[in-house]
Ligand binder design. Structure first.
Ligand code: UDP
Length: 204
């Protein structure tokens, strides 16, 4: 895939529809040993990226790095390394669910993150709006879960039980990126999208 170098990151030079196409292809293919994950840096993340080596490692392991922030796209143009457009996680998630429905591709989705009750509301909205999408599980891990072996095991098991195509991972940045990088071997899903507060948006 074409990539451009910006702020020390390698960003994939894909527009929204190309990103959707790539991710839906991964969702149709057999599951790989390690869950593929997608990150969408905005300006805040590019700042964290400079001082957080673990976040750099997480980005290096990502299957796709997409420019979430309009300023990231503007910077690419100023530097003469033009990104086609902004691909925000909060737009990418609904765009994927919409295209899957339009194309008749059934998609099994797991929602991981957001406050208790919120993901359930998002699940109901998703299934109503996009009939090809089935929300096969939701889990809102408690604060501090990332340092608890038992809580992490609980997440692995919940996901392994349903083996979803797609996980919408809404833990906020950089927690979600660091977490999926560390746990991708244990996550029996094809693709995870780091989506920040998108589960809250989908809950309406
Ligand atoms: N969140 C969570 N667990 C945590 C921390 C955050 O589930 O330990 C959720 C929070 O409920 C919200 C999202 O992660 O749904 C974070 O949204 P935020 O606006 O911080 O993320 P951003 O879009 O800025 O990355």
């Amino acid at each position: 895939r074409p990539q451009i170098a910006l702020f020390g990151m390698s960003i994939d030079s894909l527009n929204m529809q190309e990103s959707v196409t790539a991710i839906l292809e991964w969702c149709r293919a057999p599951r790989e040993r390690r869950c593929l994950y997608v990150v969408t840096p905005n300006v805040d993340h590019t700042v964290m990226f400079q001082t957080n080596p673990a976040l750099r490692d997480a980005y290096a392991g990502a299957a796709l790095v997409l420019a979430d922030g309009a300023p990231v796209v503007w910077a690419s143009r100023l530097l003469g390394r033009r990104l086609p457009e902004r691909v925000a996680g909060s737009d990418l998630a609904p765009a994927l669910l919409k295209r899957a429905t339009a194309d008749g591709q059934s998609l099994r989705v797991f929602l991981l993150g957001a406050a208790p009750g919120v993901a359930e509301r998002a699940a109901a909205n998703i299934e109503r709006r996009w009939p090809q999408v089935e929300v096969v599980g939701v889990l809102s891990p408690p604060l501090g879960f990332e340092t608890s072996v038992a809580e992490n095991q609980r997440i692995y098991s919940a996901i392994a039980a349903v083996q979803p195509d797609l996980v919408l991972l809404g833990l906020g940045a950089p927690k979600q990126e660091l977490w999926i990088h560390d746990h991708a071997d244990q996550i029996q899903a094809k693709v995870a999208l780091c989506v920040g507060a998108t589960i809250d948006f989908l809950a309406g």
